[in-house]
Ligand binder design. Structure first.
Ligand SMILES: [Zn+2]
Length: 296
């Protein structure tokens, strides 16, 4: 029996798992609910792997993607929106609980890897991925390998500040800084911006729905959101000039997004000549698939 790789994506609500065969084909996948406490989470991951392993016994490696990263300074997990894992020794605890070689990586880095290897940015040398959901994640893949960096924060554009042209009062971010991109380009950021301007309490998908019925205020909220996202992508492009920028997360599914971004981005790119190549992620179970691909 040829060797398989198992990839796990630990999300806030679900743990997704996939099994890839020697050719990288997905031969099975499964999902379970994410437990709400640390010890249950550490127990749940090997249980999911066990379920996957019934399809194939020759497991060459397990990859796990989850929000946050291991601090190079303390070795402990940090910056995770599942706050109960922060300050815990996630890497040691998971590798001890899993009876196979295991690699653990930031989930947006796994998404970037999945799209760089067989996805929307397949074959591109420098791939930057941005996930736009409740929060904002970022990942960087160079020549088919995750670029993690000595501080383990490469690609974390969600916490780059966006300078707002209207001179708004600096807004504090949970990370300790002000005016981080995540506060504006996440789904919660779009919803908050709409609420502050109009008083209407809508979610990001609801705002888009209302915009499509012709609502002028929703259209303006969408345009402000696109403009801020374009500013972030412009800054990333000035720093990296990547071969592709891949968008993922729930907001990347907005049909109007790509045209609007391609129109808005060039003015924020040095020289103002062009936008970078922006594509929408297309791989299935991309977080879990990318985690499996940590084993090349
Ligand atoms: Zn921040």
């Amino acid at each position: 029996m040829s060797a398989v790789r198992i990839g796990i994506d630990v999300g806030g609500t679900k743990i997704a798992a996939v099994v890839l065969d020697a050719h990288g084909e997905m031969i099975s996948r499964t999902r379970v609910d994410t437990p709400g406490d640390y010890s249950s989470l550490i127990a749940a991951v090997p249980a999911v792997i066990e379920r996957c392993g019934q399809a194939a016994r020759n497991i060459m490696g397990v990859g796990i993607g989850m929000p946050g990263s291991q601090s190079p300074k303390t070795g402990l997990w940090r910056n995770c929106n599942m706050t109960f894992v922060n300050g815990r020794d996630v890497v040691s605890d998971l590798t001890a609980a899993i009876p196979y070689p295991t690699r653990i990586e930031n989930d947006a880095n796994c998404f970037a890897l999945s799209e760089a290897l067989g996805g929307a940015a397949d074959g591109r040398a420098v791939v930057y991925a941005l996930t736009l959901g409740t929060g904002v994640g970022g990942g960087l893949v160079i020549d088919g390998r995750v670029r993690r960096g000595p501080l383990a924060i490469a690609g974390e554009a969600g916490h780059m500040p966006i300078v707002l042209a209207d001179g708004a009062t600096p807004r504090p971010c949970y990370c300790g800084n002000f005016d981080c991109a995540e506060l504006f380009v996440s789904g919660t950021g779009m919803a908050r911006d709409h609420r502050e301007r109009t008083g209407a309490n809508l979610t990001a998908p609801q705002i888009i729905g209302v915009m499509r019925t012709g609502d002028v205020h929703a259209r303006e909220t969408f345009q402000r959101w696109v403009d801020r996202l374009a500013r972030l992508i412009g800054a990333l492009t000035n720093a990296l000039d990547p071969d592709a920028i891949v968008l993922g997360g729930g907001l990347s599914a907005i049909d109007e997004l790509l045209d609007a971004l391609n129109a808005a981005t060039p003015r924020y790119v040095f020289g103002q000549e062009a936008a970078p190549l922006i594509v929408i992620g297309e791989t299935k179970e991309s977080g879990a698939r990318g985690a499996a691909l940590l084993w090349p």
